[in-house]
Design a protein around this ligand. Sequence first.
Ligand code: CMP
Length: 153
Amino acid sequence: MQRTVVLLKPDALQRGLVGEIIHRLERKGLKLVGLKMIAASEALLDEHYAHHKDKPFFAELKRFMMSSPLVCMLWEGIEAVEVVRKMAGATNSRQADMGSIRGDFSVSGSANIIHASDSVETAKVEEERFFEKDEIFEYETVLSPFLYGKDEE
Ligand code: CMP
């Protein structure tokens, strides 16, 4: 079982897409184990986007991410990291497949609605970055036997 971090960016909140995106992730069969809103600090974004710090869009990316609160979520499922990345679609929404979140709801390469952890290793780092231990919930769902086969783990 994997956990993956999803951040709904300011454009998702401003455009009233939060419910739609949660609905998609729920209907897919993923399990919501963490959910909160934050006002991202510059220090948090410096850490989160450290790999982009030399890119020309770094300052604008941080301004955008601080322009409204973020909705932070932790989703759980078998291969959840890859599943959610596919559901999010390509970074540049104009190239994202129709049916993906970015493909369906965005026309931008920067205001692209959603962040999703890009690897299992990154997901673990981001989980610790965005969630305290007591903000993560472990619980049984009655649906589990109908979501996965007995041979899957
Ligand atoms: P994401 O892939 O979630 O994380 C890095 C973000 O930087 C990306 O989404 C976009 O929001 C933003 N980004 C990537 N490329 C550009 C670009 N060329 N110009 C502006 N913003 C960008």
